[in-house]
Design a protein around this ligand. Structure first.
Ligand code: NAG
Ligand code: NAG
Length: 472
């Protein structure tokens, strides 16, 4: 095969493997909370996430900078009405429309907004020690839905609300779970609304907290998404649970079923948050990087599979991992600030494979080198660069280098003899320089740093000595 044909094939490969990048690929969601004073700018976050298997992001407000940053990225966004705004939106449809028209409408369709989460754990939260009015939640959801119908957007954007597990009276055994008695009228309205609008029931499910509060009664492997029946739990109705997350999901399923909506009105259950902290206070002994890595690795594997739960083995569960970043300004116990997979500088808190075998054409061995890997002499900043993966195949790298400096149009003089980037005279270094220049020239889209899976987007400026890596 002629070199040019090979190159064309290399560059087209991602599209051949996955001609419909937004369809039928089982991606993973992540929660992007922003209660930190050391977090990268949203634009950098959006660009970095594009090189991973994460294709859905949930935020906790309608931060315009974030909505703007995720435009034209192929990543779906779930935005939220803050608990403190729910009352206003519940008061009348025009208040709901005003919120929607100013906070959401300006960003669509460039930003793919698929759902609005109305409040977060609203029914189990206090506001200034006042219990929030449950009726306002239902009314706010209905008002926003009316707004969407009026604007013919109700089929594109779903309205829902995430709940904590505390909405249940009890979660064990899963088949006998019900909602807390005082919440039953509100839950009946919410579930009917979700069924009628084909919107998911969102649950924030944390085996971590159940384990932390009852370490003597809960097997750690059961909490850590283990898969063994020997550490598992049997439900009197005959279901066997090998892990607590499945049990929590089915507990919610039973509670929804107990509302008696009828057999033809069903709601999908979605895990809007789940995760495990890597650090905690001294009494939070299970909050370790090892456990966090185990839990989140298994959670991500699970999210990519089509696996259901013992009660509904064929109903795939969508999952949003909590969370993208450690958030150093969060209140509460230490674990609250340590649920993140990433530090503010884009480095990983512990190793988790987020490589995307579908969107990069990489055969799935990514993870080495990783995402946002820190290089020595790194500076944190709003910029992103593209470099060669440390263990990339040399033949492919050479082809990429030849392409960049040839047809790709990169000015490669700096990596030739006497150039500032000639040393070290190594393929990896030269390819990195050329790949970055190509990536910067072509608008820094994730596919511009693909190079058949040999490219890696990074927050860290690879510049060294007199060798400067240009940026946009
Ligand atoms: C809701 O908030 C908007 C914007 O702050 C305000 O203009 C509107 O009057 C409020 N609606 C009610 C009913 O308080
Ligand atoms: C259980 O997990 C182990 C380790 O992750 C894996 O090797 C094994 O295949 C799993 N077994 C089942 C039944 O899923």
């Amino acid at each position: 095969m002629a070199t040019s044909q090979l190159l064309l094939l290399l560059l087209l490969l991602p599209f051949i493997l996955n001609p419909f990048p937004n369809v039928a690929v089982s991606g993973v969601g992540i929660n992007y909370g922003t209660l930190g004073n050391n977090l990268p700018p949203p634009k950098g976050v959006a660009q970095l996430l594009q090189s991973t298997l994460i294709d859905k992001v949930k935020i906790y407000d309608t931060n315009p900078e974030i909505l703007q940053a995720f435009s034209n990225t192929g990543i779906d966004l779930i935005v939220a009405v803050e608990n403190s705004r729910v009352a206003n939106i519940s008061s009348d449809v025009s208040s709901a429309d005003q919120w929607f028209a100013t906070r959401v409408l300006p960003f669509i369709p460039a930003t793919s907004i698929t759902a609005i989460a109305v409040g977060n754990e609203y029914l189990t939260s206090n506001s200034d020690h006042q219990v929030l009015d449950p009726a306002a939640l239902v009314q706010a959801m209905q008002n926003l839905h009316s707004v969407l119908i009026a604007r013919a957007l109700d089929r594109k954007i779903k309205i829902t609300t995430p709940h904590s597990m505390a909405v249940l009276a009890s979660s064990f055994p899963p088949s006998a779970s019900t909602f807390a008695t005082d919440l039953v009228p509100t839950m009946t309205s919410i579930v009917a609304f979700l069924a009628d609008t084909a919107s998911p029931f969102m649950i924030n499910a944390y085996p971590y907290f159940a384990y932390r509060d009852n370490p003597d009664m809960v097997n750690i492997q059961y909490a850590l998404l283990g898969n063994s029946t020997s550490t598992g739990v049997r439900d009197p109705k005959g279901y066997t649970y090998t892990n607590m997350l499945d049990a929590q999901i089915d507990a919610v399923r039973s509670a929804v079923g107990a509302l008696g909506l009828g057999p033809h009105r069903t709601v999908e259950i979605m895990v809007s948050e789940s995760g495990w902290p890597s650090k905690g206070d001294t009494n939070e002994i299970a909050a370790t990087p090892e456990n966090a890595k185990t839990y989140n690795t298994r959670l991500i594997e699970r999210a990519q599979s089509n696996k259901g739960t013992p009660m509904k083995p064929l109903d795939k569960i969508e999952v949003f991992v909590f969370a993208l970043f450690n958030e150093n300004k969060k209140e509460g116990v230490a674990s609250e600030r340590n649920f993140g997979i990433f530090n503010g500088d884009g480095s990983k808190v512990y190793e988790v494979d987020l490589s995307c075998q579908f969107c990069s054409g990489d055969s799935g061995n990514g993870g080495n080198g990783g995402f946002g890997e820190k290089l020595s002499g790194a500076v944190r900043g709003p910029s992103v660069w593209c470099i060669a993966k440390p263990h990339a195949d040399e033949k492919v790298l050479q082809a990429v280098l030849d392409f960049c400096c040839g047809g790709g149009g990169v000015d490669c003089r700096e990596i030739y003899e006497n150039g500032d980037c000639f040393a070290p005279d190594k393929l990896l270094a030269h390819a990195s320089y050329a790949m970055n220049a190509y990536y910067q020239m072509h608008g820094r889209n994730y596919w511009n740093c693909d190079f058949k899976g040999t490219g890696l987007v990074t927050f860290s400026d690879p510049t060294y000595g007199r060798c400067r890596y240009p940026q946009q």
